[in-house]
Design a protein around this ligand. Structure first.
Ligand SMILES: Cc1cc2nc3c(=O)[nH]c(=O)nc-3n(C[C@H](O)[C@H](O)[C@H](O)COP(=O)(O)OP(=O)(O)OC[C@H]3O[C@@H](n4cnc5c(N)ncnc54)[C@H](O)[C@@H]3O)c2cc1C
Ligand SMILES: NC(=O)c1ccc[n+]([C@@H]2O[C@H](COP(=O)([O-])OP(=O)(O)OC[C@H]3O[C@@H](n4cnc5c(N)ncnc54)[C@H](O)[C@@H]3O)[C@@H](O)[C@H]2O)c1
Length: 446
Protein backbone atom coordinates (compact mmCIF):
# COMPACT_ATOMS: atom_id res chain seq x y z
CA UNK A 1 0.00 0.00 0.00
CA UNK A 2 1.16 3.53 -0.77
CA UNK A 3 -0.15 6.46 1.28
CA UNK A 4 0.59 10.18 1.23
CA UNK A 5 0.72 12.56 4.22
CA UNK A 6 1.48 16.22 4.83
CA UNK A 7 3.85 15.30 7.66
CA UNK A 8 5.24 12.02 8.97
CA UNK A 9 6.77 11.89 12.44
CA UNK A 10 9.34 9.14 12.88
CA UNK A 11 9.50 8.15 16.58
CA UNK A 12 6.54 8.51 18.95
CA UNK A 13 8.40 9.61 22.10
CA UNK A 14 8.29 12.83 24.09
CA UNK A 15 8.95 15.13 21.13
CA UNK A 16 7.24 13.05 18.43
CA UNK A 17 4.01 12.55 20.33
CA UNK A 18 3.48 16.22 21.10
CA UNK A 19 4.39 17.44 17.59
CA UNK A 20 2.15 14.81 15.96
CA UNK A 21 -0.95 15.69 18.02
CA UNK A 22 -0.49 19.45 17.65
CA UNK A 23 0.14 19.29 13.89
CA UNK A 24 -2.90 17.01 13.40
CA UNK A 25 -5.01 19.36 15.55
CA UNK A 26 -4.01 22.21 13.24
CA UNK A 27 -5.54 20.37 10.27
CA UNK A 28 -2.46 18.68 8.78
CA UNK A 29 -2.68 15.07 7.60
CA UNK A 30 -0.20 13.43 9.99
CA UNK A 31 1.21 9.94 10.52
CA UNK A 32 3.42 8.86 13.42
CA UNK A 33 5.55 5.72 13.43
CA UNK A 34 6.92 4.08 16.58
CA UNK A 35 8.90 0.84 16.85
CA UNK A 36 8.59 0.26 20.60
CA UNK A 37 6.52 1.86 23.38
CA UNK A 38 4.49 4.96 22.48
CA UNK A 39 5.51 7.88 24.69
CA UNK A 40 9.21 7.02 24.39
CA UNK A 41 11.97 7.07 26.97
CA UNK A 42 10.88 9.65 29.55
CA UNK A 43 7.55 8.18 30.75
CA UNK A 44 8.36 4.49 30.03
CA UNK A 45 12.04 3.99 30.94
CA UNK A 46 13.49 7.37 31.90
CA UNK A 47 12.61 10.45 33.95
CA UNK A 48 9.21 9.44 35.33
CA UNK A 49 9.84 5.87 36.57
CA UNK A 50 13.23 7.07 37.87
CA UNK A 51 11.55 9.86 39.84
CA UNK A 52 9.06 7.38 41.34
CA UNK A 53 12.04 5.39 42.66
CA UNK A 54 13.71 8.59 43.89
CA UNK A 55 10.84 8.86 46.39
CA UNK A 56 12.43 5.93 48.26
CA UNK A 57 15.75 7.80 48.44
CA UNK A 58 13.99 10.91 49.73
CA UNK A 59 11.93 8.99 52.30
CA UNK A 60 15.02 7.25 53.68
CA UNK A 61 17.38 10.20 53.70
CA UNK A 62 14.78 12.59 55.19
CA UNK A 63 14.16 10.10 57.99
CA UNK A 64 17.84 9.17 58.48
CA UNK A 65 18.78 12.84 58.86
CA UNK A 66 16.30 13.26 61.70
CA UNK A 67 17.20 10.16 63.71
CA UNK A 68 17.73 11.35 67.28
CA UNK A 69 15.84 14.53 66.44
CA UNK A 70 12.34 13.15 66.82
CA UNK A 71 12.49 10.29 64.32
CA UNK A 72 13.29 6.84 65.64
CA UNK A 73 14.29 4.94 62.50
CA UNK A 74 14.44 5.17 58.72
CA UNK A 75 11.91 3.16 56.69
CA UNK A 76 13.09 0.04 54.82
CA UNK A 77 12.54 -0.01 51.07
CA UNK A 78 10.47 -2.91 49.79
CA UNK A 79 11.81 -3.10 46.23
CA UNK A 80 9.14 -5.37 44.69
CA UNK A 81 6.40 -3.10 46.13
CA UNK A 82 8.20 0.01 44.87
CA UNK A 83 8.48 -1.60 41.42
CA UNK A 84 4.78 -2.49 41.49
CA UNK A 85 4.02 1.17 42.32
CA UNK A 86 6.31 2.29 39.47
CA UNK A 87 4.41 0.03 37.07
CA UNK A 88 1.14 1.78 37.90
CA UNK A 89 2.69 4.83 36.19
CA UNK A 90 4.50 3.13 33.33
CA UNK A 91 2.13 0.31 32.31
CA UNK A 92 -0.65 2.51 30.91
CA UNK A 93 1.64 4.97 29.06
CA UNK A 94 2.04 3.34 25.67
CA UNK A 95 -1.60 2.46 25.09
CA UNK A 96 -2.85 5.82 26.41
CA UNK A 97 -0.37 7.73 24.26
CA UNK A 98 -1.37 5.83 21.14
CA UNK A 99 -5.07 6.36 21.94
CA UNK A 100 -4.58 10.11 22.41
CA UNK A 101 -2.72 10.33 19.09
CA UNK A 102 -5.54 8.53 17.30
CA UNK A 103 -8.09 10.82 19.00
CA UNK A 104 -6.09 13.82 17.76
CA UNK A 105 -6.45 12.49 14.20
CA UNK A 106 -2.95 11.02 13.78
CA UNK A 107 -2.54 7.78 11.78
CA UNK A 108 -0.33 5.56 13.97
CA UNK A 109 1.98 2.82 12.69
CA UNK A 110 4.04 0.33 14.70
CA UNK A 111 7.24 -0.30 12.73
CA UNK A 112 10.92 0.47 12.42
CA UNK A 113 11.20 3.18 9.79
CA UNK A 114 13.70 3.22 6.98
CA UNK A 115 14.01 5.91 4.34
CA UNK A 116 13.68 4.69 0.74
CA UNK A 117 14.44 8.05 -0.85
CA UNK A 118 14.15 11.78 -0.10
CA UNK A 119 10.39 11.76 0.44
CA UNK A 120 9.30 8.23 1.24
CA UNK A 121 9.77 5.65 3.96
CA UNK A 122 9.13 1.95 4.33
CA UNK A 123 6.80 1.06 7.20
CA UNK A 124 6.38 -2.72 7.40
CA UNK A 125 4.95 -3.59 3.95
CA UNK A 126 3.71 -0.06 3.24
CA UNK A 127 5.37 2.85 1.53
CA UNK A 128 4.48 6.22 3.05
CA UNK A 129 5.19 9.52 1.33
CA UNK A 130 5.07 12.97 2.83
CA UNK A 131 5.80 16.60 2.00
CA UNK A 132 7.71 16.87 5.25
CA UNK A 133 9.21 14.52 7.84
CA UNK A 134 10.29 15.02 11.43
CA UNK A 135 12.76 12.52 12.87
CA UNK A 136 12.49 12.14 16.66
CA UNK A 137 13.85 8.66 17.28
CA UNK A 138 15.70 9.48 20.53
CA UNK A 139 18.70 7.49 21.78
CA UNK A 140 19.58 4.17 23.38
CA UNK A 141 22.18 3.12 25.99
CA UNK A 142 25.72 2.70 24.68
CA UNK A 143 27.50 -0.52 25.60
CA UNK A 144 31.28 -0.52 26.03
CA UNK A 145 32.93 -2.75 23.49
CA UNK A 146 34.87 -4.91 25.98
CA UNK A 147 35.25 -8.62 26.60
CA UNK A 148 32.12 -9.91 28.34
CA UNK A 149 29.99 -6.97 27.14
CA UNK A 150 27.01 -9.35 26.81
CA UNK A 151 26.76 -9.25 30.63
CA UNK A 152 26.04 -5.51 30.72
CA UNK A 153 22.55 -4.50 31.81
CA UNK A 154 21.23 -1.04 30.96
CA UNK A 155 19.13 1.68 32.57
CA UNK A 156 16.05 0.01 31.02
CA UNK A 157 16.84 -3.15 33.01
CA UNK A 158 17.48 -1.25 36.24
CA UNK A 159 14.09 0.43 36.03
CA UNK A 160 12.46 -3.01 35.76
CA UNK A 161 14.63 -4.97 38.23
CA UNK A 162 12.35 -7.49 39.97
CA UNK A 163 14.70 -7.83 43.00
CA UNK A 164 17.51 -5.63 44.27
CA UNK A 165 20.63 -7.83 44.61
CA UNK A 166 23.31 -7.46 47.29
CA UNK A 167 25.82 -5.64 45.08
CA UNK A 168 25.36 -3.57 41.94
CA UNK A 169 28.01 -1.82 39.87
CA UNK A 170 27.64 1.03 37.41
CA UNK A 171 30.40 1.49 34.83
CA UNK A 172 30.34 5.16 33.79
CA UNK A 173 29.88 7.92 36.39
CA UNK A 174 27.33 10.22 34.75
CA UNK A 175 23.71 11.20 35.38
CA UNK A 176 22.34 7.68 35.43
CA UNK A 177 25.02 6.20 37.69
CA UNK A 178 24.71 8.97 40.31
CA UNK A 179 20.91 8.75 40.34
CA UNK A 180 20.67 4.96 40.30
CA UNK A 181 23.49 4.61 42.85
CA UNK A 182 21.40 6.63 45.32
CA UNK A 183 18.31 4.52 44.53
CA UNK A 184 20.09 1.15 44.82
CA UNK A 185 21.80 2.31 48.02
CA UNK A 186 18.46 3.34 49.53
CA UNK A 187 17.10 -0.08 48.54
CA UNK A 188 19.87 -1.74 50.57
CA UNK A 189 22.41 -2.72 47.90
CA UNK A 190 26.16 -2.28 48.17
CA UNK A 191 26.88 0.04 45.24
CA UNK A 192 30.04 0.62 43.20
CA UNK A 193 30.51 3.33 40.55
CA UNK A 194 33.47 3.01 38.20
CA UNK A 195 34.61 6.05 36.21
CA UNK A 196 37.46 5.87 33.69
CA UNK A 197 38.90 9.27 34.59
CA UNK A 198 38.93 11.67 37.55
CA UNK A 199 35.91 13.69 36.38
CA UNK A 200 32.53 12.05 36.92
CA UNK A 201 29.55 14.28 35.96
CA UNK A 202 32.05 16.50 34.20
CA UNK A 203 29.51 19.14 33.12
CA UNK A 204 28.98 20.02 36.80
CA UNK A 205 31.07 21.98 39.27
CA UNK A 206 33.73 19.48 40.38
CA UNK A 207 33.92 20.91 43.93
CA UNK A 208 30.24 20.06 44.32
CA UNK A 209 30.67 16.65 42.68
CA UNK A 210 33.49 15.80 45.12
CA UNK A 211 31.14 16.74 47.96
CA UNK A 212 28.32 14.70 46.37
CA UNK A 213 30.64 11.67 46.19
CA UNK A 214 31.58 12.17 49.85
CA UNK A 215 27.89 12.28 50.80
CA UNK A 216 27.18 9.10 48.83
CA UNK A 217 30.28 7.43 50.28
CA UNK A 218 29.00 8.27 53.78
CA UNK A 219 25.86 6.32 52.84
CA UNK A 220 27.95 3.35 51.66
CA UNK A 221 28.48 3.92 47.91
CA UNK A 222 32.04 3.21 46.67
CA UNK A 223 33.57 5.22 43.81
CA UNK A 224 36.46 3.90 41.74
CA UNK A 225 38.04 6.70 39.69
CA UNK A 226 40.63 6.32 36.93
CA UNK A 227 39.67 2.69 36.35
CA UNK A 228 39.23 1.43 32.81
CA UNK A 229 37.35 -1.89 32.93
CA UNK A 230 38.40 -4.17 30.08
CA UNK A 231 36.79 -7.48 31.03
CA UNK A 232 33.56 -8.80 32.55
CA UNK A 233 33.71 -12.47 33.46
CA UNK A 234 30.76 -14.52 34.67
CA UNK A 235 31.51 -16.68 37.70
CA UNK A 236 28.54 -18.76 38.90
CA UNK A 237 25.87 -16.11 39.64
CA UNK A 238 28.24 -13.16 39.83
CA UNK A 239 30.46 -11.09 37.58
CA UNK A 240 34.13 -10.28 37.99
CA UNK A 241 35.22 -6.90 36.62
CA UNK A 242 38.89 -6.38 35.82
CA UNK A 243 41.11 -3.78 34.13
CA UNK A 244 44.56 -4.20 32.63
CA UNK A 245 46.15 -3.48 36.04
CA UNK A 246 45.22 -5.06 39.36
CA UNK A 247 41.62 -3.92 39.66
CA UNK A 248 39.26 -6.75 40.53
CA UNK A 249 35.66 -6.39 41.69
CA UNK A 250 32.96 -9.04 42.10
CA UNK A 251 29.40 -7.86 41.69
CA UNK A 252 25.92 -9.38 41.35
CA UNK A 253 24.90 -7.09 38.48
CA UNK A 254 26.80 -4.73 36.20
CA UNK A 255 25.15 -1.79 34.44
CA UNK A 256 26.60 0.08 31.48
CA UNK A 257 26.06 3.79 32.13
CA UNK A 258 28.56 5.35 29.74
CA UNK A 259 26.11 7.52 27.79
CA UNK A 260 23.50 7.18 25.05
CA UNK A 261 23.75 6.76 21.27
CA UNK A 262 21.32 8.45 18.83
CA UNK A 263 18.85 6.04 17.19
CA UNK A 264 19.87 6.50 13.58
CA UNK A 265 21.30 3.13 12.63
CA UNK A 266 18.10 1.65 11.14
CA UNK A 267 16.83 4.75 9.37
CA UNK A 268 18.93 4.43 6.17
CA UNK A 269 19.50 8.19 6.29
CA UNK A 270 21.81 8.04 3.26
CA UNK A 271 18.81 7.16 1.05
CA UNK A 272 17.24 10.50 2.00
CA UNK A 273 20.52 12.45 1.85
CA UNK A 274 20.33 13.30 5.56
CA UNK A 275 23.69 14.09 7.14
CA UNK A 276 24.68 12.98 10.63
CA UNK A 277 27.68 12.59 12.88
CA UNK A 278 28.33 10.43 15.94
CA UNK A 279 26.27 12.77 18.16
CA UNK A 280 23.23 12.45 15.90
CA UNK A 281 21.41 14.11 12.99
CA UNK A 282 22.89 17.43 11.88
CA UNK A 283 20.48 20.36 11.47
CA UNK A 284 20.58 24.11 10.92
CA UNK A 285 19.09 26.63 13.35
CA UNK A 286 15.61 25.80 12.03
CA UNK A 287 16.10 22.11 12.98
CA UNK A 288 16.16 21.37 9.25
CA UNK A 289 18.45 18.59 8.03
CA UNK A 290 20.58 18.53 4.87
CA UNK A 291 17.36 17.30 3.15
CA UNK A 292 15.16 20.44 3.26
CA UNK A 293 11.96 18.36 3.61
CA UNK A 294 13.24 16.61 6.73
CA UNK A 295 13.51 18.08 10.22
CA UNK A 296 14.82 16.49 13.43
CA UNK A 297 14.29 17.12 17.14
CA UNK A 298 15.00 15.68 20.58
CA UNK A 299 17.78 13.33 21.64
CA UNK A 300 18.48 12.17 18.07
CA UNK A 301 19.91 15.63 17.24
CA UNK A 302 23.61 16.39 17.09
CA UNK A 303 23.58 19.39 19.43
CA UNK A 304 25.40 21.11 22.27
CA UNK A 305 22.26 21.56 24.41
CA UNK A 306 21.63 18.85 27.01
CA UNK A 307 19.56 15.91 25.76
CA UNK A 308 16.61 16.24 28.12
CA UNK A 309 12.81 16.09 28.04
CA UNK A 310 12.06 19.82 28.32
CA UNK A 311 14.57 20.49 25.53
CA UNK A 312 12.89 17.87 23.29
CA UNK A 313 9.49 19.43 24.11
CA UNK A 314 10.75 22.94 23.32
CA UNK A 315 12.06 21.73 19.95
CA UNK A 316 8.74 20.00 19.22
CA UNK A 317 6.74 23.11 19.94
CA UNK A 318 9.16 25.21 17.85
CA UNK A 319 8.76 22.83 14.88
CA UNK A 320 4.97 22.89 15.21
CA UNK A 321 5.07 26.71 14.95
CA UNK A 322 7.54 26.61 12.05
CA UNK A 323 5.64 24.00 10.02
CA UNK A 324 2.32 25.75 10.66
CA UNK A 325 3.83 28.97 9.32
CA UNK A 326 3.46 30.69 12.72
CA UNK A 327 7.13 31.63 12.87
CA UNK A 328 9.96 32.22 10.42
CA UNK A 329 12.55 32.74 13.17
CA UNK A 330 15.29 30.24 13.99
CA UNK A 331 15.11 28.37 17.30
CA UNK A 332 16.72 30.23 20.20
CA UNK A 333 17.32 28.10 23.27
CA UNK A 334 16.86 29.69 26.71
CA UNK A 335 19.23 28.88 29.59
CA UNK A 336 18.34 25.27 30.39
CA UNK A 337 18.33 24.00 33.98
CA UNK A 338 19.72 20.50 34.54
CA UNK A 339 19.43 18.31 37.63
CA UNK A 340 21.07 15.16 38.93
CA UNK A 341 18.45 13.51 41.15
CA UNK A 342 21.03 11.95 43.46
CA UNK A 343 21.33 12.23 47.24
CA UNK A 344 21.72 15.16 47.68
CA UNK A 345 20.58 16.60 44.36
CA UNK A 346 22.85 18.79 42.24
CA UNK A 347 21.51 21.27 39.71
CA UNK A 348 22.74 24.08 37.54
CA UNK A 349 21.54 26.71 35.09
CA UNK A 350 23.27 29.36 32.98
CA UNK A 351 26.96 30.19 33.27
CA UNK A 352 28.76 27.46 35.23
CA UNK A 353 31.40 28.10 37.89
CA UNK A 354 34.10 26.62 35.62
CA UNK A 355 33.07 28.90 32.72
CA UNK A 356 33.06 31.88 35.11
CA UNK A 357 36.43 30.86 36.50
CA UNK A 358 37.93 31.01 33.01
CA UNK A 359 36.62 34.58 32.49
CA UNK A 360 37.31 36.30 35.81
CA UNK A 361 37.22 39.78 34.23
CA UNK A 362 33.62 39.19 33.21
CA UNK A 363 32.09 37.21 36.09
CA UNK A 364 31.98 37.10 39.88
CA UNK A 365 31.41 33.80 41.68
CA UNK A 366 29.92 33.75 45.18
CA UNK A 367 29.91 30.48 47.13
CA UNK A 368 27.25 30.30 49.82
CA UNK A 369 27.24 27.60 52.49
CA UNK A 370 23.56 27.47 53.42
CA UNK A 371 23.82 24.29 55.50
CA UNK A 372 22.82 26.08 58.71
CA UNK A 373 20.03 28.12 57.09
CA UNK A 374 16.65 27.33 58.61
CA UNK A 375 15.28 25.68 55.41
CA UNK A 376 18.01 23.03 55.51
CA UNK A 377 18.82 22.93 59.25
CA UNK A 378 15.21 22.02 60.14
CA UNK A 379 15.69 18.84 58.07
CA UNK A 380 19.22 18.39 59.44
CA UNK A 381 20.53 18.20 55.86
CA UNK A 382 24.24 17.35 55.85
CA UNK A 383 25.06 19.92 53.19
CA UNK A 384 23.50 22.80 51.30
CA UNK A 385 25.77 24.74 48.95
CA UNK A 386 25.01 27.31 46.28
CA UNK A 387 27.28 29.08 43.78
CA UNK A 388 25.95 32.28 42.24
CA UNK A 389 27.51 33.75 39.09
CA UNK A 390 26.92 37.43 38.34
CA UNK A 391 28.07 39.45 35.38
CA UNK A 392 30.40 42.17 36.67
CA UNK A 393 29.31 44.88 34.22
CA UNK A 394 25.53 44.60 34.62
CA UNK A 395 25.40 43.03 38.07
CA UNK A 396 22.91 40.54 36.58
CA UNK A 397 22.55 37.00 37.83
CA UNK A 398 23.72 34.77 34.94
CA UNK A 399 24.32 31.37 36.52
CA UNK A 400 23.56 29.24 39.56
CA UNK A 401 24.67 25.82 40.78
CA UNK A 402 23.21 24.26 43.88
CA UNK A 403 23.47 21.09 45.93
CA UNK A 404 20.92 20.08 48.54
CA UNK A 405 17.81 17.93 48.72
CA UNK A 406 15.66 20.78 47.37
CA UNK A 407 17.92 21.65 44.41
CA UNK A 408 15.17 20.61 41.97
CA UNK A 409 12.90 23.34 43.33
CA UNK A 410 15.63 25.93 43.78
CA UNK A 411 17.08 25.59 40.28
CA UNK A 412 13.76 26.33 38.59
CA UNK A 413 13.48 29.55 40.61
CA UNK A 414 16.98 30.53 39.50
CA UNK A 415 16.02 29.62 35.95
CA UNK A 416 13.13 32.13 36.01
CA UNK A 417 15.36 34.86 37.46
CA UNK A 418 18.12 34.26 34.90
CA UNK A 419 15.94 33.81 31.81
CA UNK A 420 13.73 36.79 32.68
CA UNK A 421 16.76 38.85 33.80
CA UNK A 422 15.12 39.66 37.15
CA UNK A 423 17.46 41.69 39.35
CA UNK A 424 17.89 41.42 43.14
CA UNK A 425 16.07 44.79 43.43
CA UNK A 426 13.09 43.58 41.41
CA UNK A 427 13.03 40.37 43.44
CA UNK A 428 12.68 42.38 46.65
CA UNK A 429 9.29 43.65 45.37
CA UNK A 430 7.93 40.09 45.37
CA UNK A 431 6.59 38.53 48.56
CA UNK A 432 7.19 34.78 48.87
CA UNK A 433 5.34 32.55 51.31
CA UNK A 434 7.53 31.79 54.35
CA UNK A 435 9.30 29.57 55.35
CA UNK A 436 9.95 28.07 51.93
CA UNK A 437 12.84 27.53 49.55
CA UNK A 438 11.65 30.56 47.56
CA UNK A 439 11.74 32.83 50.60
CA UNK A 440 15.52 32.20 50.80
CA UNK A 441 16.06 33.62 47.31
CA UNK A 442 16.69 37.23 48.24
CA UNK A 443 19.25 36.17 50.89
CA UNK A 444 21.00 34.03 48.27
CA UNK A 445 21.26 37.04 45.94
CA UNK A 446 22.17 39.56 48.67
C1 LIG B 1 17.24 6.58 32.81
C2 LIG B 1 16.95 7.93 32.22
C3 LIG B 1 16.54 8.97 33.04
C4 LIG B 1 16.26 10.21 32.50
N1 LIG B 1 15.88 11.21 33.35
C5 LIG B 1 15.60 12.43 32.86
C6 LIG B 1 15.16 13.47 33.73
O1 LIG B 1 15.05 13.29 34.95
N2 LIG B 1 14.86 14.67 33.19
C7 LIG B 1 14.98 14.91 31.84
O2 LIG B 1 14.68 16.02 31.40
N3 LIG B 1 15.40 13.94 30.99
C8 LIG B 1 15.72 12.71 31.47
N4 LIG B 1 16.11 11.71 30.62
C9 LIG B 1 16.23 12.03 29.17
C10 LIG B 1 14.85 11.99 28.47
O3 LIG B 1 14.23 10.75 28.70
C11 LIG B 1 15.04 12.24 26.98
O4 LIG B 1 15.74 13.45 26.80
C12 LIG B 1 13.72 12.33 26.22
O5 LIG B 1 12.97 11.16 26.37
C13 LIG B 1 14.00 12.59 24.74
O6 LIG B 1 12.82 12.59 24.01
P1 LIG B 1 12.82 12.19 22.46
O7 LIG B 1 11.41 12.37 21.99
O8 LIG B 1 13.90 12.88 21.76
O9 LIG B 1 13.21 10.65 22.44
P2 LIG B 1 12.47 9.39 23.09
O10 LIG B 1 11.57 9.79 24.21
O11 LIG B 1 13.53 8.41 23.38
O12 LIG B 1 11.54 8.85 21.90
C14 LIG B 1 12.07 8.31 20.72
C15 LIG B 1 11.13 7.24 20.22
O13 LIG B 1 11.51 6.83 18.90
C16 LIG B 1 11.36 5.42 18.78
N5 LIG B 1 12.23 4.95 17.67
C17 LIG B 1 13.58 4.80 17.68
N6 LIG B 1 14.02 4.40 16.47
C18 LIG B 1 12.93 4.27 15.67
C19 LIG B 1 12.73 3.89 14.31
N7 LIG B 1 13.75 3.59 13.49
N8 LIG B 1 11.47 3.87 13.83
C20 LIG B 1 10.42 4.19 14.63
N9 LIG B 1 10.55 4.58 15.93
C21 LIG B 1 11.78 4.62 16.44
C22 LIG B 1 11.77 4.92 20.17
O14 LIG B 1 11.24 3.65 20.42
C23 LIG B 1 11.18 5.99 21.09
O15 LIG B 1 9.87 5.67 21.52
C24 LIG B 1 16.39 10.44 31.11
C25 LIG B 1 16.79 9.40 30.27
C26 LIG B 1 17.08 8.16 30.81
C27 LIG B 1 17.52 7.04 29.92
N1 LIG C 1 18.38 13.91 35.52
C1 LIG C 1 18.47 13.90 34.20
O1 LIG C 1 18.16 14.88 33.53
C2 LIG C 1 18.96 12.66 33.49
C3 LIG C 1 19.05 11.48 34.18
C4 LIG C 1 19.50 10.35 33.51
C5 LIG C 1 19.85 10.43 32.17
N2 LIG C 1 19.76 11.61 31.52
C6 LIG C 1 20.14 11.69 30.09
O2 LIG C 1 20.69 10.45 29.68
C7 LIG C 1 22.01 10.65 29.19
C8 LIG C 1 22.83 9.42 29.43
O3 LIG C 1 23.16 9.27 30.81
P1 LIG C 1 24.48 8.48 31.22
O4 LIG C 1 24.64 8.60 32.70
O5 LIG C 1 24.47 7.13 30.58
O6 LIG C 1 25.61 9.26 30.44
P2 LIG C 1 26.50 10.54 30.81
O7 LIG C 1 26.97 11.06 29.53
O8 LIG C 1 25.81 11.44 31.77
O9 LIG C 1 27.73 9.90 31.62
C9 LIG C 1 28.55 8.90 31.10
C10 LIG C 1 29.77 8.78 32.01
O10 LIG C 1 30.49 7.61 31.65
C11 LIG C 1 31.87 7.93 31.65
N3 LIG C 1 32.56 6.96 30.81
C12 LIG C 1 32.68 6.95 29.46
N4 LIG C 1 33.39 5.88 29.05
C13 LIG C 1 33.72 5.19 30.17
C14 LIG C 1 34.44 3.99 30.41
N5 LIG C 1 35.00 3.30 29.42
N6 LIG C 1 34.57 3.56 31.69
C15 LIG C 1 34.03 4.25 32.72
N7 LIG C 1 33.36 5.42 32.55
C16 LIG C 1 33.20 5.87 31.30
C17 LIG C 1 31.92 9.37 31.14
O11 LIG C 1 33.13 10.00 31.43
C18 LIG C 1 30.72 9.96 31.90
O12 LIG C 1 31.10 10.39 33.18
C19 LIG C 1 22.47 11.90 29.91
O13 LIG C 1 23.54 12.53 29.25
C20 LIG C 1 21.22 12.73 29.87
O14 LIG C 1 21.06 13.30 28.59
C21 LIG C 1 19.32 12.73 32.16
Amino acid sequence: MKKKYDIIIVGGGVAGKSAASELAASGKKVAAVENDLWGGTCPNRGCDPKKVLVAAVEARSNANQLIGKGIESAPDVNWPDLMAFKKTFTDPVSEQTKKSLIEAGVDTYSATVEFINENSIRVNDDILEADQFIISTGAHPSILDIEGKEHFLTSDDFLSLPEMPETVTFIGGGYIAFEFAAIANAAGAKVHVIQHNKKPLKAYDQEFIKELMKQLEDKGVTFHLDINITNIQKSSNQFILTDEDNFNLTTDLVFGTTGRIPNIENLKLENAKIEYDKKGIKTNKFLQTSNSAVYAMGDVLSKSQPKLTPVASLEASYLVSLLRGKTEESLIYPEIPTIVFSSPKVAQVGVTPSQADKDKDKYDIATIDATDWFSYARLNEPVSLVKIITEKKSGNLVGATCMNNEADVLINLFSILINKKITANELSDIVFAYPTIASDLSSLLA
